[in-house]
Design a protein around this ligand. Structure first.
Ligand SMILES: [Zn+2]
Ligand SMILES: [Zn+2]
Ligand SMILES: [Zn+2]
Length: 258
């Protein structure tokens, strides 16, 4: 199988960590692992790069982590913390002299067309970003740079959104439950990324204990938790809540696959 890396560009929930003006010990921490930008990953073959979700910190993330091109973008859903940086694809449009392929649900495409109306339609303003939209749905499979990608549905409260499988690596964010029809895509996982917001109940995100249960049920070799709230606690103190093959992700952590 083609080897690839997965870098966590961001691992924080929608406000990011630190939260503006929050005085809690996590937001005030000097540990770089307690600085969590909004959720996104970069998948790299060494030559080509694919990004999952482009939130409001995208510019800062791509200044920190150098990827010479962006060759494909996947969007899990249309919430602001996952799409608000789409305009900042422009430097890649200009450098690559092409529209960037974006794989997304049709509903998410409609949202993009209203958020970024200036980038679509007949009156496209010069210098605006260029997207080549590819509509996908549950069960769709395609290949990118020798990596097999499958989209599957997870439930974000009442909202169906997408998780993605890349060979034996699985990325799920913003889920509260995983429907039965997606379970067939979640067998024999090497590394699993799963959202875990906080200890307290939340109507549209897995809590820490729900995410841990889901991880035990799916039996991946390793699980990495992401989309964390500041109420989870300081990175150095929380690892002992987990089994030996479960980890809290942090910004900049890079996994090797294949
Ligand atoms: Zn805080
Ligand atoms: Zn969301
Ligand atoms: Zn989110």
């Amino acid at each position: 199988m083609v080897p690839f890396t997965v870098e966590f560009l961001g691992t924080g929930t929608s406000q990011g960590i630190p939260i503006i003006q929050c005085k809690c010990e996590v937001c005030q921490s000097k540990d770089p692992r307690d600085k969590r930008l909004r959720c996104s990953i970069a998948i790299s073959t060494g030559l080509k790069t694919l990004i999952v979700d482009i939130g409001p910190d995208f510019r800062q993330q791509l200044l920190r982590s150098s990827y010479p091109t962006i060759d494909q973008v996947l969007l899990t859903h249309e919430h602001n913390d996952h799409v608000a940086g789409m305009d900042d694809l422009r430097p890649y449009n200009f450098k690559q002299k092409t529209d960037i392929p974006v794989y997304l649900m049709e509903r998410v495409g409609e949202d993009l067309k209203s958020r970024y109306a200036y980038a679509f339609g007949p009156k496209k303003y010069p210098g605006t970003p260029g997207y080549e939209l590819h509509y996908i749905q549950h069960g769709d499979t395609w290949e990118w740079e020798g990596i097999s990608i499958t989209a599957f549905e997870v439930m974000h409260g009442n909202l169906p959104i997408l998780g993605f499988r890349f060979n034996d690596f699985v990325y799920i964010t913003d889920a509260k439950s995983i429907p039965e029809h997606s379970m067939k895509y979640l067998k024999n996982i090497d590394k699993l990324v799963l959202n875990a917001l906080q200890e307290e109940h939340h109507w549209s995100h897995f809590t820490m204990s729900e995410a841990r249960e889901m991880s035990f049920g799916l039996e991946p070799k390793e699980t990495y938790f992401t989309h964390l709230s500041h109420t989870m606690g300081r990175h150095e103190k929380i690892q002992d809540k987990l089994a030996s093959n479960q980890f809290f992700a942090f910004d900049g952590l890079t996994l090797k696959l294949g």
